[in-house]
Design a protein around this ligand. Structure first.
Ligand code: GRF
Length: 211
């Protein structure tokens, strides 16, 4: 059983997609052992409680220094003994010490086709605003492993989504979630849980089944 901890900040629709996929057997060999939010009022915490998943809130705002937050944050993660940490709309920068300790064991979902519209400042609706401003015809989502940079780690899965005439950032965000994020995040977890992913030399590889 792969023990996963899901880190969230907001609505938690990606968390819900993971919960639903576990329940439906689309993710196998996986147990969600905890949900951590940096935001007390995140609806994601309600989703966790409803599914009886242990949840906690830990916010940098409640600590005098970032170092102190990072230390306690890492302790809380360690207590859960995760095999994989899943960032599902988590808006706090992952401490370098955590990246090192959980090397190739942290994944993130980003709502664009990396390397487009990613890096510092590209989060939430800003990503979709930028895609519309540039006039791209295709956007999408990416699941990648987390390294010391922002959205720079090895790419595991990507799925393209069409941009349509008349799209607003909100409409595009919703389409990217429905058609890409809610599919590739559960798929990525299932692949990892079933030993199908290898990361070497900065690249993630998926073992294909031979029929
Ligand atoms: C998603 O678009 C995710 O890709 C981004 O933040 C959003 C979180 O949505 N990083 P939710 O909390 O999963 O509903």
């Amino acid at each position: 059983m792969l023990r996963i901890v899901v880190l969230v900040s907001g609505g938690g629709t990606n968390l819900q997609a993971v919960i639903d996929a576990v329940d439906a057997g689309r993710i196998t060999n996986t147990e969600i052992v905890g949900v951590i939010s940096n935001n007390k009022s995140a609806y994601a915490l309600t989703r966790a409680k409803r599914h009886k998943i242990p949840s906690k809130c830990i916010s940098p705002k409640d600590f005098e220094t970032r170092e102190e937050f990072n230390r306690v944050f890492l302790e809380k993660i360690r207590e859960l003994h995760p095999d994989l940490i899943v960032l599902a709309g988590f808006l706090v920068v992952i401490p370098e010490s955590m990246v090192q300790e959980y090397r190739n064991r942290i994944i993130n979902i980003h709502p664009s086709l990396i390397p487009s519209f990613c890096g510092t400042g590209y989060y939430g609706l800003k990503v979709h605003e930028a895609a519309l401003a540039r006039g791209v015809k295709l956007t999408g989502a990416t699941v990648h492993f987390v390294d010391e940079g922002t959205d720079t780690g090895p790419i595991l899965l990507q799925k393209a989504v069409e941009v349509k005439e008349g799209d607003t950032p909100e409409i595009l965000q919703r389409r990217v979630m429905e058609e890409a994020e809610w599919k590739i995040l559960p798929q990525a977890i299932d692949l990892i849980a079933n030993g199908k992913v290898r990361v070497a030399n900065g690249a993630a590889m998926i073992e294909k089944e031979i029929n």
